[in-house]
Design a protein around this ligand. Sequence first.
Ligand code: TMP
Length: 209
Amino acid sequence: MKGFFLSLEGIEGTGKSTQARLLAAYLKSRGYRVVQTAEPGGTPISLKIRELLLSHDSREMDPITELLLYNAARVQHIREVIAPALTRGDIAISDRFSDSTLAYQGYGRGIDRQVIDALDAVATGCMRPNLTLILDVDVETGLRRNKEMKKNDRLELEDVTFHQKVRKGFHEIAAAEPERIRIISCSDSIEAVHEAIKKAVTPYLKKRG
Ligand code: TMP
């Protein structure tokens, strides 16, 4: 596909959505056509699945149900938003993609890697972003920031140990694919993080021409 697919990843409270918005605005100002989207979500069907996944009423949800639903939302998201954007030659920026599934459902919940990979192959055909930026902050800071923003969906209610496992997962995922994945520290100001993101993205876009 002609376009460029960029995902932003990370634990809770890294400021991914803000950074996705700033990056999209910056790239648009440079003349790129950009589609900014998010998982789980991006389409009406995926948003309904998101509600189900993140509602406090879903406390009893089995981890495998959770895994299947994130994948289901992703199928629809790729079909309706990401693939058409890349076919048009646009830049698609997604706030989360399949690395979140490996980090949260794999490392966090402890679901077997082979199961995660098998479902990923069905849902995405092993599609990967051209570039993934993992925004990184320590778990305590991330959870505190989310609390300040009054964000408390079902996964944010998990204990610190769960989020530490997820963070470790993201670090291991990054180490395994250094060509595709960069870690960006988010302890600094929003502006400083935005600058670091611009610096990471620019060479990839130049290479693409
Ligand atoms: P958000 O808060 O970044 O919108 O993400 C929603 C929540 O869903 C967040 O707690 C991370 C979680 N999540 C997974 O557990 N697995 C996934 O595959 C995705 C995309 C998100």
